[in-house]
Structure formats: structure tokens, C-alpha cells
Ligand binder design. Structure first.
Ligand code: NAP
Ligand code: MG
Length: 483
């Protein structure tokens, strides 16, 4: 078969202008931190330093919480839902206007392919603000209870895999329901949150309604521990989620935790095979596999496993791994050296435990952090690569014979975030979906997101839902006023 080379198709960086250093966004202003050690954020595809970012200390977090409290009591909690909605619409439109800039910035700071930040992340970010703008004046009709209103100051801590999208999942419902926010982006991906701070100014959002504090785990911990925070919303690892749950036990703080996952993507022998192969690829190689709900465990019906593996490997041979700024790139850079080390270590464990390791052998760039899309077959249920989250472009393949066995294997995990089912039979899809202990079950598709659809986990994948009407519940008080 003749093969055709791709011409380079680089997206232009000219649309972004990254300041060499950044302050914190507190009370509507960019301010200097009070003595934390500034840190650098890099482009993981090149290791180039993009900017220097401030580290917020506990004092800075305190200032942010105070600004949020003042904005809550004086302005935001008194404003009508219709007026709050206007600000959210304005933010959504500015995000659309600045979509290209945000996509480029996200790709530079995170390493994800530009086609994903441009076509998935940023459009979903705008959609989340539009969707929640629509709810702001309709909370009474959302079946949330009588007199639904904000809780107060919300502390939000987010990870690096979908930096701006996780911000949108957190900020949009908080603001729509009348809360004010102190948010910490991840250490390796702070730049789009800081761009969002500028967008808040551009939208004339009242000062203090959104505050952005950058820093590492200690800054997150300061938000969690601050007595002035009424509710916490966290997305990240199960380990840190458990620490947060312990820290707030015995306080009046409410929390929602969106944690890790080890999603089962289940392929039956009657599945439309070409679509299933694409779904497996989307399930685990989208965003370099840095996806909490990734289909990282592929369960294939035993009689078709050879065919599935053959077709999957052929397809993976065509994936383009490399420069995230190239519009033809399918798989970009691993977000950090630390994450690359974790993936490398767990892949080593998979081999040591006797699973068969395969990758396409594609060329990788010489600088930056990279990992080839990798398939482990012959994986046993007890293997660490079948149980632990790798959070990288690595799929573990297991087999099953009957639907019952597929369910038992899929549910045999401490997590419960997502699952996928590939079969022609609608009745089997419904039966399986009923049995699977997973917050999201996709049928004949995978990794599809929409602001109207609630997302969240069972078991160690956390508690609470984000998105949809259910997502509003976490951000409202109801009943009589108590203060
Ligand atoms: P992580 O280490 O838990 O970090 C998440 C956030 O928490 C980061 O902003 C981090 O700061 C901060 N943090 C670290 N220690 C903290 C502490 N003691 N107190 C408060 N905040 C603290 O997770 P990650 O490695 O960035 O992200 C990967 C994990 O997130 C995966 O396990 C993935 O499954 C999960 N995730 C879940 C969802 C979901 O919706 N369920 C979505 C995306 C990701 P630093 O940046 O400085 O570390
Ligand atoms: Mg970075």
C-alpha cells in the first residue's frame, strides 16, 4: 500500500503573548505573592520555560478567601440570578472570542495536541459557561429544594490534565448558584487559569467573585484548611482526595471529590469492529491517556481477542505522536517528567508481572516527555496494571467469555468512574449498564462529554456529581435562612 507523508501543519504561537512572570489574582487585581518561592511552568513537549508563576502562601490564600467572602456578602449573594447569568454569558462569549488563544496556551502549557484543545477542551469550556448561565435564574425550577441559594465561599483545587476544562466544571456552577470562588490550578498547568482571570476582568465580573491562587500541594492544603471556606470541590488523585476528606472531617465544610479511575471498555464479539477499534483508541489514547475516566482496561470477548489486537495494533501504527502544535498530531507530550516516570515505572511492573508488552515503535522527539502508545495483552486480573491507574497512553487487555464475567471483571476494582460497552444488542447494553458500578457508562462510544450530563464516581472514584442538574446540588443551600 502506498503511504503518503504528512506535510507539517503547525499552529501559530503568535496569538499568545505569555508574560515572563505572573502574580496572583485576588480581589479582581493581579497582586504579588507575599513571599512564596516563584516556580516555572514549562512546555512539556520542548522543556522550554514558558513563564514564572507565584507561589501563594497561607497568607495569600487567606487574602483570597477574605476577598471572596466580601464579594459574596456585599455583591454576589444579593444579585439576582438573571444578573449573575448575564456575567456567565459574557464570560462564555469572551471564551469563544479568545478560543484560539486559549487553545494554543493550553497546548503549550499542557502538551496535549492542538486539535484536542481546539476542538474538545475549549468548546466544552464555553459550553459549560453557556449551560450554567442558563440555570442561574432558574434554580427554583431545578428540583433542588425550597429557596435554593449559594453556600458562600467555595475552595476549588484542580489537576493538570484538562486545566481550563476542569476550571469551567468548577467555576461555572459555583457562580451560577451564587457562590464566590478561590481556585488553585495544578502546578504544571497554571497559564490558562491565569488567562481566565484576565477574562473575568474583561467581563467586568465584580472583584473577588473569582480568585486564582497558584502554587503546589501546600497552597491546595491551605485552601482546604482555611476556616472561611464553606465548600470544597476537588479533582485529582484518590490519595490527595482521601487526605482532604480526613482534613475536613468534623468541620462544617461540604465537599465533592472527583478522583481516579480504571475504566473498563468492554468489547463483545458482535460489536461493530471498526467503530470499536476507534472507540478503544479514543478511550485510552485521547489526551495521552491522562484522563480519569479513560478506558484503561480493555475487556475483550475471548473469541475475538486475536482479531481485536491485530486491528488495534495496525491502527496504533498510524497514530501520529509528536509536536502537539502540529494540527495532524494525535498523541502529544506527557505532561511532566514526574508523570513520565510514573508511567515508565508501572509499564515496567506490567512486564515484570508477565504481561506481553507492545508498542508501535514510532519515532519520538529528542527533547520533552514522551511515551509511545502501548498495549499490554495477557494481563491478569490481579496484575498491578489491571488495578492501578497508570494515567498515560497504556492499555491493559483482559478477556471474558460471558456478559456476567465481563461485569464481574469490570467491577473488580477499587474505582468506579466510567465504563464502555460495545455490542449490537440494545438489551445487553441496558442490562450491563444496570450492573456496572460506574458513574458514567458509554454505549458504542467513549469519552464523550456534555455539560448537561452529570459526571462523577462510585467507590474510590469519589463522591458528588459535576454537570447537569445534579451538579448544581453540590453548590446550593436550601430551606429557611439560618443566619
Ligand atoms: P493530585 O496530585 O491529586 O493533584 C490535584 C490537585 O491537588 C493539584 O492542583 C495539586 O497541586 C493539588 N494538591 C496536591 N496535594 C494537595 C494537598 N495535600 N491538599 C490539597 N491539594 C493538593 O493529582 P494529579 O496528579 O494532579 O492528577 C491526576 C489524578 O487526578 C489522577 O488520579 C486522575 O484520575 C485524577 N483526575 C480525576 C478526575 C475526575 O473527574 N474524577 C479528573 C481529572 C483527573 P499540584 O499541582 O502542585 O500537585
Ligand atoms: Mg506546564
Amino acid at each position: 500500500m502506498p503511504t503518503f507523508e504528512y506535510a507539517p501543519a503547525p499552529e501559530s504561537r503568535a496569538v499568545v503573548d505569555i508574560a515572563s512572570s505572573h502574580g496572583l489574582f485576588i480581589g479582581g487585581e493581579f497582586v504579588e505573592a507575599t513571599g512564596g518561592k516563584p516556580f516555572k511552568t514549562v512546555n512539556p513537549a520542548t522543556e522550554e520555560v514558558l513563564s514564572e508563576v507565584s507561589e501563594a502562601t497561607a497568607d495569600d490564600v487567606d487574602a483570597a478567601v477574605r476577598a471572596a467572602r466580601t464579594a459574596y456578602t456585599r455583591v454576589w449573594s444579593r444579585m439576582s440570578g438573571a444578573d449573575r447569568g448575564k456575567y456567565l454569558y459574557r464570560i462564555a462569549r469572551i471564551i469563544q472570542e479568545r478560543a484560539r488563544e486559549l487553545a494554543v496556551l493550553e497546548t503549550l502549557d499542557n502538551g496535549k495536541p492542538i486539535k484536542e484543545s481546539r476542538d474538545v477542551d475549549v468548546p466544552l469550556v464555553a459550553a459549560h459557561f453557556f449551560y450554567h448561565a442558563g440555570w442561574a435564574d432558574k434554580l427554583e425550577y431545578a428540583s433542588l429544594g425550597s429557596n435554593p441559594r449559594g453556600i458562600g465561599v467555595v475552595g476549588q483545587v484542580i489537576p493538570w490534565n484538562f486545566p481550563l476544562l476542569m476550571l469551567a466544571w468548577k467555576v461555572a456552577p459555583a457562580l451560577a448558584t451564587g457562590n464566590t470562588v478561590v481556585l488553585k490550578p495544578a502546578e504544571t498547568t497554571p497559564l490558562t487559569a491565569l488567562a481566565f482571570a484576565e477574562i473575568c476582568r474583561q467581563a467586568d465580573l465584580p472583584p473577588g467573585v473569582v480568585n486564582i491562587v497558584t502554587g503546589a500541594g501546600a497552597t491546595g492544603q491551605a485552601i482546604v484548611d482555611h476556616p472561611g471556606v464553606d465548600k470544597l470541590a476537588f479533582t485529582g488523585s484518590t490519595g490527595v482526595g482521601k487526605m482532604i476528606a480526613r482534613s475536613i472531617a468534623g468541620t462544617r465544610k461540604r465537599a465533592t471529590l472527583e478522583l481516579g479511575g480504571k475504566g473498563a471498555n468492554i468489547v463483545f464479539d458482535d460489536a461493530a469492529m471498526d467503530q470499536a477499534i476507534e472507540g478503544i483508541v479514543t478511550g485510552i489514547f485521547f489526551n495521552q491517556g491522562h484522563v480519569c475516566c479513560a478506558g484503561s482496561r480493555l475487556l475483550v470477548q475471548e473469541n475475538v481477542v486475536d482479531e481485536v489486537l491485530r486491528r488495534l495494533k495496525r491502527r496504533l501504527g498510524t497514530l501520529r505522536v509528536g509536536d502537539p502544535m502540529d494540527k495532524n498530531t494525535d498523541v502529544g507530550a506527557i505532561n511532566s517528567k514526574a508523570q513520565l516516570d510514573r508511567i515508565t515505572e508501572l509499564a515496567g511492573v506490567g512486564e515484570a508481572e508477565g504481561a506481553e508488552r507492545w508498542d508501535s515503535g514510532c519515532d519520538l522527539p529528542t527533547s520533552g516527555y514522551w511515551f509511545r502508545p502501548t498495549v499490554f495483552s495477557g494481563v491478569s486480573q490481579s496484575s498491578r496494571i489491571a488495578q492501578e491507574e497508570i494515567f498515560g497512553p497504556v492499555v491493559s487487555v483482559l478477556t471474558f467469555r460471558t456478559p456476567g464475567e465481563a461485569v464481574a471483571k469490570a467491577n473488580n476494582t477499587p474505582y468506579g468512574l466510567s465504563a464502555g460497552i460495545w455490542t449490537e444488542k440494545g438489551s445487553r447494553i441496558l442490562w450491563m449498564a444496570d450492573q456496572l458500578r460506574a458513574g458514567v457508562v458509554w454505549a458504542n462510544t467513549f469519552n464523550k462529554f456534555d455539560p448537561t450530563s452529570p459526571f462523577g464516581g462510585y467507590k474510590e472514584s469519589g463522591y458528588g456529581r459535576e454537570g447537569g442538574r445534579h451538579g448544581l446540588e453540590a453548590y446550593v443551600s436550601t430551606g429557611q435562612e439560618t443566619t
